[in-house]
Design a protein around this ligand. Structure first.
Ligand code: PEP
Ligand code: MG
Length: 589
């Protein structure tokens, strides 16, 4: 181990895929290709356009070749992310803009491409939504690939064979194609200077359960090939050239985590049932088809919440009915899970500025979003609904409408679903006529009319993230008021209780799909509330199942009763914590 001044250098980034990796660094150097501006003569303009068009064609060929050459089944499943790059390269709008810039300004193709990409990137940077911002990185990857082709440089991204055993890849950034080309069996972790939770590297790392830390600013400038590196994907920590003591500490943490993971995978397979035989369905919240592997492995019975926003944000144009249909059909056909709840578009405000005309809003969280936007932009909504309906022929899909605030909206949404069914009938397209339609209970007003709403729909799904945000008036992304986020606030508990009682009085099911559902501490309270399904991040399922299996339902009801007699969330939280430490000392130390 090198004992230089950089020994034990600790860097902090974002932990985006859990686990600890310890190994030798393999630095993937990807210097950015610099381009300069050249004026071209009138007669050379066509040649520059041709160079650009040929580069596009070669880039698409390259990506398709990479996709086809993936030897490993497991990795191949994630190749869909390469398709996103191919689609961007085929985008006519982007293509025309570069061609027009070459013609208008009479400049070389590289410079025209650089101008167009910079313009797009600056709009991506202004966007608040992390998904859309990450798509800016996709554009960067495409840009670099095209430039490499135009200036004739080769890319290399295979792990250095001289490194024995597995290597931790450190790089400025990894494109989806890079990630897929890597020998993942020899890759024990990822460290990148840029990226966030929703970057492709993070998604692939999570799907393959390889630890990853991203957003480290300049990690690739601080390490050299062969350095020893530790990455902690839970803490977001990276340690370069650790001392023997630090390495030993992390090795024992690694052993602990592997044992814990084995235990989680064992727990994942068990029934989610209390000691006295009360069954509760456990579902997963997902956003990508790629997450289906984890859903199965971590023991979900179904998908309680499929957030469809990514489908819109990962494209530059609106998804077509067929785009929707193909994605939902894959979900419907998955026989390892019993049901999939597809939530219709929950988006609005500035996230859509380039595709749909929406007014600038001061408070987008309370603005024209979700079902409000869908009722206004009927074509967008119906395109998605028809996609869901057609796919429903292939398996148990359910429709979930977000951000409902009153009966009128529900009736309008149902009327639009009916209209789509009639259109499909006219086209002789099949679908499931009995498809279940439910609504999110996440606007506080709806908890006061759950009796009325229950007679209109087939199920409720309580979104505590928004329900808490709106009822306690705390912006869910504002750290200054996060101390007010109290899932056991008496108002929140009363709203959930009333919702469940009304749902059951009308013989419909009620699920909970906010973050609260995946928090082991709240399991006894949610069991006491008699919900029918808990839906959560798949990785949270084994721990939640463990707690469910260690509790009695009648005990949970008694505990809930006691909690609901308290007048403050603090007292309730203290009581629940005390009880859980008593019952599960090793989990709630
Ligand atoms: C919620 O609001 O609790 C929820 C599950 O939906 P989202 O987090 O997507 O708003
Ligand atoms: Mg919500």
């Amino acid at each position: 181990m090198s004992q230089d001044i950089f020994a034990n250098r600790v860097l902090k980034g974002k932990g985006v895929s859990s686990g600890i990796a310890i190994g030798k660094v393999h630095l993937l150097e990807r210097g950015r290709i610099q381009v300069s501006k050249h004026a071209v003569k009138e007669e050379q303009v066509d040649r520059e356009i041709q160079r650009f068009q040929q580069a596009i064609k070669r880039a698409i060929d390259e990506l398709n070749r990479i996709k086809q050459s993936i030897p490993d089944d497991e990795v191949r499943q994630h190749a869909f992310i390469i398709d996103a790059h191919v689609l961007m390269l085929q985008d006519q709008f982007f293509h025309n803009e570069v061609v027009e810039t070459i013609k208008r300004q009479r400049i070389n193709a590289e410079w025209a491409l650089d101008m167009v990409v910079s313009k797009y990137l600056s709009s991506f940077e202004k966007v608040e939504d992390p998904y859309l911002r990450e798509r800016g990185q996709d554009l960067n990857h495409i840009h670099q690939r095209l430039l490499r082709i135009m200036v004739g440089k080769q890319a290399s991204s295979t792990v250095d064979r001289r490194i024995r055993g597995k290597a931790v890849i450190v790089t400025h950034d990894l494109s989806p194609a890079d990630t897929i080309q890597l020998d993942l069996h020899r890759t024990s972790g990822f460290v990148t200077d840029v990226g966030g939770r929703t970057s492709h590297t993070s998604i692939v790392a999570r799907a393959l359960e390889i630890p990853a830390v991203v957003g480290l600013a300049n990690a690739s400038g601080l390490v050299k090939n062969g350095d020893t590196i530790i990455i902690d994907g839970d803490e977001g920590t990276v340690i370069i050239n650790p001392s023997a003591d630090v390495e030993k500490e992390y090795r024992s943490k690694q052993v602990r985590l592997s044992a814990q993971r084995r235990e989680f995978l064992r727990l994942a397979k068990l029934r989610s049932e209390t000691k006295d035989g009360f069954r509760i369905r456990v579902g997963a919240n997902i956003e990508l088809l790629a997450e289906m592997d984890i859903v199965e492995r971590y023991g979900a019975e179904g998908v309680g919440l499929y957030r469809t926003e990514y489908i819109y944000l990962s494209r530059k144009t609106l998804p077509t009915e067929d785009d929707h249909y193909h994605i939902y059909r894959k979900l419907a056909e998955n026989r390892a899970i019993k049901y999939t709840t597809i939530r219709t578009l929950d988006i609005g405000g500035d996230k859509f500025a380039s595709k749909i005309e929406v007014p600038k809003e001061i408070n987008p969280a309370m603005g024209l979003r979700a079902i409000r936007l869908c009722i206004k932009e009927v074509d967008i909504f119906k395109t998605q609904l028809r996609g869901i309906l057609r796919a429903s022929l292939f398996g148990p899909l359910r429709i979930l409408i977000p951000m409902v605030s009153g009966l009128e909206e529900v009736r309008r949404a149902k009327a639009l679903i009916k209209e789509c069914m009639e259109e499909l009938d006219a086209q002789k397209e099949g679908y499931n006529r009995e498809i279940k339609v439910g609504i999110m209970i996440e606007v506080p007003a709806t908890t006061m009319i759950t009796d009325l709403l229950a007679s209109e729909v087939d199920f409720f799904s309580i979104g505590t993230n928004d329900l808490i945000q709106y009822s306690l008036a705390i912006d869910r992304v504002n750290e200054y008021v996060s101390y007010l986020y109290e899932p056991l606030h008496p108002a929140v508990l009363r709203m959930i209780k009333r919702t469940v009682e009304d749902a059951h009085a009308h013989h419909i099911e009620v699920s909970i799909c906010g973050e609260m559902a995946g928090e082991p501490l709240y399991v006894p309270i949610l069991l006491g509330l008699d919900l029918d399904e808990f839906s959560m991040n798949a990785y949270a399922i084994p721990r939640v199942k463990k707690i469910i299996r260690g509790l009695g339902h009648s005990y949970c009801r008694e505990l809930l009763h006691e909690v609901m007699s308290k007048d403050s969330a603090k007292d309730s939280e203290a009581l629940v914590r005390r009880e859980m430490s008593r019952l599960f000392p090793e989990d709630f130390a």
